[in-house]
Design a binder for this molecule. Structure first.
Ligand code: NDP
Length: 608
């Protein structure tokens, strides 16, 4: 189906012209596609290194360098690393060490403590290991401190604090063939040997900054949202930013992070300027405290069932699964549900028509979200600028009940750049359309590095057998078996978005991957393996599956306004975040790896 091909399904019930809206989507996308793609951003290094400062630890931490050996070394203490650690502990592995650049466990939730930080995915499916920890989240959509506490609770439950190296960054991993061990080098001069390495580096870990001219010249106060400076703003994650009462504050970015912190900035700053390049779609949040009666009635096994139900509903069911009621039923699942409902009403729908129904359901949803803007924002021009014209999953959908209302406050100004972005930063502020906006504080809500290569995002290289670097092997695209291991890098396992089934519920995917890699390591140990790695044949076969199935995902992103989901418009660049993922969806991917484990022969792995 081409982008503007007439739909063959009935659209007469719509109270808008779908062709007109689709035409507008194309115009809005084309306005934003840039030749420099991901190259428009820069690393927070050199003169910009201050943006990486950890405000949550006491300065001056030192310790002696380590020169010893462990069984498993896990890089990263976010949910990926924690879930891997929990599974490995369950498998009876004692000597596990974490290397983590933060001052504690928590990953994303360690760093993202900005005011209003909250999880957009329902807590009852997002929080991992709820039944194991006998815990029920306090609200339907949890705030950051509770999620950080849960991370710490997992670490305590599985005794993962025992051998941690916090405030430590890996600088290189190097394989030693004679000893069949990895050596892990760090910025604290450690030289640790490990039989197995798990790279749980995380996804939203490296703040990215726009390459706006003059960015280093700003003389006021500045920071990135993932390194919130409460010493300057006052207050906490809950708000109360008293330090901003006499400040002119600017924020660049209107993504999921900005949507959550802007209501607090609007409430507390003397003046707030929001510099917008592309509006987010902002649907209702409808948060509520957990109903204790509902919680009391939950039967054992409820959590796994709900988590699986969410991934199935949001991303399509594999053939084996049973149909079932949408248990979460919120803004993430609306479009899929509506498309399914329309398909039920129209028997004999062809696969092509099913795709059309999905688009129609999406158009309806986004139209509803645009109406919501008009019904809340009083100034018409501001309301129009806040309307998102793209398919719902082109960018991260947002949910908030105070964001749009913030633009009705007299001290809040939306400065829309009509897709161009901020023109220049000066010592005094920000220039848009030739006009300078003077600021005391400039906040970057500009997101995280996702479009670069895996090793660039990791911040270190991995030198495998025969001195081959992972950055070389994966220069064009990753190459793995099931996203967790790559030939030439024995006993090294990856967690995260690499050739895997992407779910909006990131912790579900991490949990499945953690279970899978713990199974592989444990089976390897049982079989007395010195090394485990994919055979060339099995790896090539998986890469072929990815190439074949990723195409449908890329076809979707080619229709999109650029953002990190679509690799900033560089569709086809297999190093991007969503590109080069398993196109059959998470549920089908989880089924593939579960079937593989059940088969039991470690098919496609070379065990020596
Ligand atoms: P994003 O990458 O989503 O947003 C970055 C923002 O910066 C965009 O609005 C972008 O505009 C803007 N921007 C970049 N360069 C410029 C420029 N030169 N001039 C003006 N604006 C610019 O980052 P976020 O931190 O908001 O979110 C990252 C991710 O974190 C989310 O997508 C989500 O996955 C996760 N998150 C999850 C939450 C949860 O509920 N679980 C809550 C918050 C974040 P443009 O769109 O035009 O590129």
């Amino acid at each position: 189906m081409t982008e503007l091909q007439k739909y063959s399904v009935d659209t007469s019930h719509l109270d808008f012209d779908p062709d007109e809206v689709r035409r507008k989507y194309i115009q809005e996308r084309d306005k934003r596609i840039r030749d420099d793609g991901f190259g428009q951003y820069q690393h927070a290094t050199g003169e910009l290194a201050g943006f990486m400062e950890d405000h949550y630890v006491e300065p001056g931490f030192t310790r002696d360098a380590l020169n010893d050996e462990v069984e498993v070394l896990i890089i990263g203490g976010g949910f990926g690393g924690l879930l891997a650690g929990a599974q490995l502990r369950k498998a009876g592995i004692e000597k596990i060490r974490y290397v983590e650049k933060a001052g504690d466990f928590g990953g994303t939730w360690y760093w993202n403590r900005y005011p209003g930080a909250q999880c957009d995915v329902e807590s009852f499916v997002y929080f991992p290991l709820l039944e194991e920890l006998d815990y029920i989240p306090k609200e339907r959509y949890s705030h950051a401190p509770e999620i950080l506490d849960h991370s710490i609770a997992i670490a305590k439950k599985y005794d993962l604090y025992r051998d941690t190296c916090f405030q430590t960054e890996v600088t290189e991993l190097r394989w030693d063939e004679p000893s069949k061990l990895w050596t892990i080098y760090t910025d604290r001069d450690d030289k640790i040997k490990a039989h197995y390495v798990v790279m749980a580096n995380g996804v939203l870990t490296r703040p990215k900054l726009p390459g706006i001219p003059g960015i280093t010249s700003f003389k006021g106060h500045t920071f990135h949202t993932s390194r919130w400076d409460y010493d300057y703003t006052g207050g906490s994650c809950e708000g109360g930013l008293s330090g901003l009462a006499d400040k002119r504050v600017g924020i660049i970015g209107t993504g999921a992070t900005a949507v959550q912190c802007i209501p607090h900035l609007g409430k507390d700053a003397k003046q707030l300027f929001v510099f917008q390049r592309t509006p987010s779609s902002v649907d209702v949040r409808n948060n509520a405290p957990t109903d204790p009666e509902w919680a009391a009635k939950l039967e054992p096994g409820w959590h796994k069932e709900r988590v699986e139900n969410f991934s199935l509903t949001v991303s399509g069911r594999p053939k084996k699964s049973k149909p079932g009621k949408d248990q979460v039923s919120d803004g993430w699942t609306d479009v899929a549900n509506e498309a399914e409902k329309m398909a039920r009403e129209k028997p004999k729908t062809t696969p092509e028509q099913k795709k059309e129904l999905l688009e129609v359901a999406d158009l309806k949803k986004m139209e509803e979200i645009r109406h919501r803007v008009s019904s809340i924002v009083k100034d018409e021009e501001t309301a129009d600028a806040l309307k998102a014209y793209y398919w719902q999953f082109c960018k991260r959908p947002c949910f908030h009940d105070d964001y749009l209302q913030t633009y009705n406050l007299p001290n809040v100004n939306l400065i829309d750049t009509h897709g161009d972005g901020v023109e220049r930063i000066t010592p005094k502020g920000v220039i848009i359309d030739g006009q300078e906006y003077e600021l005391d504080c400039l906040i970057f809500g500009t997101g995280f590095e996702l479009g670069s290569s895996y090793t660039s995002r990791s911040g270190y290289d991995v030198i495998g057998r025969d001195g081959i670097a992972l950055s070389e092997k994966w220069a064009d695209r990753p190459s793995t078996l099931h996203g967790i291991a790559s030939r030439g890098f024995p006993n090294c396992f990856f967690l995260g978005y690499i050739q895997t089934g992407v779910s909006p519920n990131f912790t579900h995917m991490l949990g499945e991957q953690a279970q899978h890699l713990a199974y592989v390591i444990n089976e390897g140990r049982k079989r007395g393996a010195k090394t485990i790695e994919p055979t060339q044949e099995a790896e090539d076969a998986w890469v072929n599956v990815i190439e074949r199935t990723a195409e449908s995902v890329e076809r979707h992103f080619a229709k999109c306004t650029p953002g990190y989901y679509s690799n900033e418009g560089e569709v086809g660049n297999r190093n991007g975040f969503m590109n080069g993922q398993y196109g059959g969806g998470p549920a089908q991917f989880f089924q593939i790896i579960e079937d593989w484990r059940e088969e039991g022969s470690l098919k496609g792995l070379e065990i020596k």
